[in-house]
Design a protein around this ligand. Structure first.
Ligand code: ATP
Ligand code: MG
Length: 553
């Protein structure tokens, strides 16, 4: 039995506990079966954490299987990105990577077995006719005129299909089940179709490809899967899953169990839709930091631990629901609050000249990298000219404004107390420089005469700072459920990316490693981009939940 500390509980794990207790299974064997037709998204992370998490906790096995029966839509690049993402999330598969296409010979053999048993036939109805014959939810279907073709003839026809003697779409192989079944999936479903397509694993060996429902259950059984976990939309397909395994000679009978998919507000979660965004250039690629893909979240600054924690918090149930973005963000915020070093950056700078500070003096001040944990310290150059955030200064303000006000004092984070003496403006009335004085008795201590200085603001040296591009992100879509719109791309948020070309950063950030996260003090969490040539930081998440606020506005 697994160690039970920190183990999630859910209805699937309860079923497994029962199966192990009753002796139905001696151990667990799960699988994660993506189709390599796009990058993985956060919904897949839910399935990954479930399947690999069960293997970890029960000391079982978990396969990575590429469900690759759609050669036209699949690509070897996706095969690679999916492996990267699973590993990055902190999981590893047992044994070799599996491909459904490894089983094409077996699958062909089982299809022949069904034909031999009189349980499959080659059908020549056109797609339009087949739709007519299928019936509706309220009306039974009609038998295909090809349903009673003899076994011998079907064997010969299927052989011809395999040999490329029919055109694409001319015929299909169908299972002979029940055209009156209340489960549409059992109305003589297609199990093989013709596709003259090059396959990324099997090349041009095949021109017939098995359908998902036929492939999946047999692949599971061939791999000795005990519990085949999938999302709710396959509930009805379970009838077909069980039917196929019941009617072919195969020992292993995996149990399919469905759970609800993850839906996340303000984004879409289907590879097809995400692919549209990439293809139409509406994002910069699958790993655009606004994308809900694992690669996008990674570039945005999410950590593997934060995504695993999110999957744990949402849990596994059979209830369909929509998860708030705030819930995902809370996970990375909690992680980075604890683990990210602090740094200072000024995104919208206004210059300060400290008139009583020597023009050529540079003082190296020490600042702790974390307020509570021991993460060491770094040096901050302090100089006569510094930048502060434009919105941290006002000519006049009431007491609630705890920042710099003309004629008043404020503390510079990790440095001195300064007082704003006068300002300089351009012709348009924009402040160009704020002239200040500093109190050299206030480094690391309060003013000696008991003056109270309430506010603390961040700053960087104007002469010793470095410049970087900072990308500020907002939700990718402007409605909570873009998938419900007629055209989901019409609901894209036009302001989802704001690029700041030359933000001013403290010099220690020049050495930031790719994907290293920081708290830019008072601004939020940022992570060094893993792709851009020039120094670039992506905003990961704000310091507080801004979604809740937007909801009320
Ligand atoms: P998509 O529409 O995004 O392509 P899919 O279900 O077709 O989704 P697959 O590559 O077939 O994608 O999925 C691999 C596994 O991940 C499946 O077991 C599937 O059920 C699971 N999965 C996919 N999307 C989600 C989701 N949103 N929430 C939970 N599990 C998911
Ligand atoms: Mg799919």
């Amino acid at each position: 039995m697994a160690d039970t500390e920190n183990r999630p509980t859910n209805f699937i794990r309860n079923i497994i506990d029962g199966d192990l207790a009753s002796g139905k299974h001696a151990s667990t064997h799960t699988r994660f079966p993506p189709e390599p037709n796009g990058f993985l998204h956060i919904g897949h992370a839910k399935s990954i954490c479930l399947n690999f998490g069960i293997a970890q906790d029960y000391k079982g096995l978990c396969n990575l299987r590429f469900d690759d029966t759609n050669p036209e839509k699949e690509d070897i690049d996706y095969v690679h990105s999916i492996q990267d993402d699973v590993k990055w999330l902190g999981f590893g598969w047992d044994g070799e990577i599996c491909y459904s296409s490894n089983y094409f010979d077996d699958l062909y053999g089982y299809a022949v077995e069904l034909i031999e048993k009189g349980l499959a036939y080659v059908c020549f109805l056109s797609p339009e006719q087949a739709r007519e014959y299928r019936g509706t939810l309220t009306e039974p279907g009609k038998n295909s005129p090809h349903r009673d073709t003899s076994v011998e003839e079907n064997l010969a026809l299927f052989e011809k299909m395999k040999n490329g003697e029919f055109k694409e779409g001319e015929c299909v192989l169908r299972a002979k089940i029940d055209m009156a079944s209340s489960f549409m999936v059992l109305r003589d479903p297609i199990i093989y179709r013709i596709r003259f397509a090059h396959h990324h694993q099997t090349g041009d060996k095949w021109c017939i490809y098995p359908m998902y429902d036929f492939t999946h259950c047999i692949s599971d059984a061939l791999e000795g899967i005990t519990h085949s976990l999938c999302t709710l939309e396959f509930q009805d397909n379970r009838r077909l899953y069980d039917w196929v395994l019941e009617h072919i000679s195969i020992e292993c009978k995996p149990q399919q169990i469905e759970f609800s998919r993850l839906n996340l507000e303000y984004t879409v979660m289907s590879k097809r839709k995400l692919n549209d965004l990439v293809e139409n250039g509406q994002v910069e690629g699958w790993d655009d930091p606004r994308m809900p893909t694992i690669a996008g979240l990674r570039r945005r600054g999410y950590t593997p631990a934060s995504i695993r924690e999110f999957c744990k918090r949402i849990g596994i149930t059979k209830q369909d629901n929509m998860v708030e973005m705030g819930m995902l963000e809370a996970c990375i915020r909690d992680d980075l609050n604890e683990n990210a070093p602090r740094a200072m950056a000024v995104l919208d700078p206004v210059k300060i000249v400290i008139e009583n500070y020597d023009a050529d003096k540079v003082e190296m001040l020490c600042a702790p990298n974390h307020p509570t944990l021991d993460m060491g310290e770094r040096e901050l150059p302090f100089t006569r000219e510094i930048f502060i955030e434009r919105e941290d200064f006002r000519v006049e303000a009431n007491k609630k404004f705890k920042r710099l006000v003309l004629g008043k004092e404020v503390r510079l984070r990790n440095a001195y107390v300064i007082k704003a003496e006068r300002i300089e403006e351009d012709d348009a009335g924009n402040i160009t420089t704020i002239y200040c004085t500093y109190d050299d008795e206030t480094l690391g201590k309060n003013p000696a005469d008991g003056r109270k200085v309430k506010g603390v603001i961040h700053w960087v040296s104007a002469t010793r700072c470095i410049e970087a591009e900072v990308r500020q992100y907002d939700r990718l879509f402007s409605v909570p459920n873009p998938a419900a719109a007629d055209d989901f791309t019409a609901t894209l948020n036009p302001d989802s990316l704001v690029v700041i070309d030359s933000a001013k950063l403290e010099p220690s950030l020049a050495n930031a490693a790719a994907e290293q996260g920081f708290q830019f003090e008072r601004l939020g969490y940022y992570s060094r981009d893993n792709k851009a040539q020039k120094l670039t930081f992506n905003q990961t998440v704000g310091l507080r939940d801004s979604w809740a606020k937007i909801e009320q506005a």
